[in-house]
Design a binder for this molecule. Sequence first.
Ligand code: MN
Length: 325
Amino acid sequence: MIDRLAEYRRRRDAARTPEPVPAGPTPKGDDDTYVIQQHHARALHWDLRLERDGVLVSWALPRGLPRDPAVNHLAVHTEDHPLEYAGFAGEIPAGEYGGGHVAIYARGRYEAEKWRRDEVVFTLHGAPAEGRYALFRTGGRGDGRNWMIHRMDGYPEGWLPMPGDARPAGARLGSAPRGGGWAYELRFGGTAVLGAVDGGRLALIDAEGRDLTRDFPDLRPLGEAVAPTECLLHGEIAELGGPILLVSDLLWLEGVPTVDLPYGERRELLDGIGVAGPRWQVPPYLPDLGSARRAAADVGATGIVAKKTTAPYGEGWVALLATRG
Ligand code: MN
């Protein structure tokens, strides 16, 4: 009898990895368990595993599961995994095969309606993966290991796609607003951008619609750092001993447009994403112009943007000089 797990075992040393490495034969299951693991290996990917004939048949998805039925994602067929792997999360030591952090993104029951050598059609149950999908083998490169995964349902219920044509809103030069209800952000004379994060990848778009992603390789790990969260961020790329993305606003989060929410609510949602890394930060906003000017002097900011705390994205933003003019 063929050992379905021979390749899996050959690649792993049970003494060196916390992954399950069962010695015995494959068990008999119900062919209805699935797991998707988010795997921060050399490159971030999501491992989709479907139980079949006593093993987890596996594909690595560099962009994750598609939500858009019009956009198929690559799915690289990998070695069968033991059923025990459906419960695995943890740290595979650096230097070992697949070294890096593994987290469970989705897990539950699935049904296969078609299972062929080159095509698998199935339904995943349970958030956030719910839906009907097709995996199909493609020709071409990849030793026959390259498949694609297609979402056969529409967008998940309630999910609106990230706007593809949005641009960073600007502020008009003006005089200091009077009264309360304003928030003040610091500016450093950098480039205003939108940061689109999906599938663990970051794309940077400036006000003219130019794609600046390739110009700022140091910022790209932001995509992996916030995965699996998908979001559209507003920020400034400031030069502060190298480029740093200072994120100050949010246009879209996990299928929900946020541009019409008041600033205060957008900032709360933004705080929940956890944009905090060596080259990306969400600097706090200041509650009044006096403290904003003092903070600006302390950190060398050149400008201040005032935003009405009850207003939608981009509405009534006022650009002020950091020093009293
Ligand atoms: Mn993997």
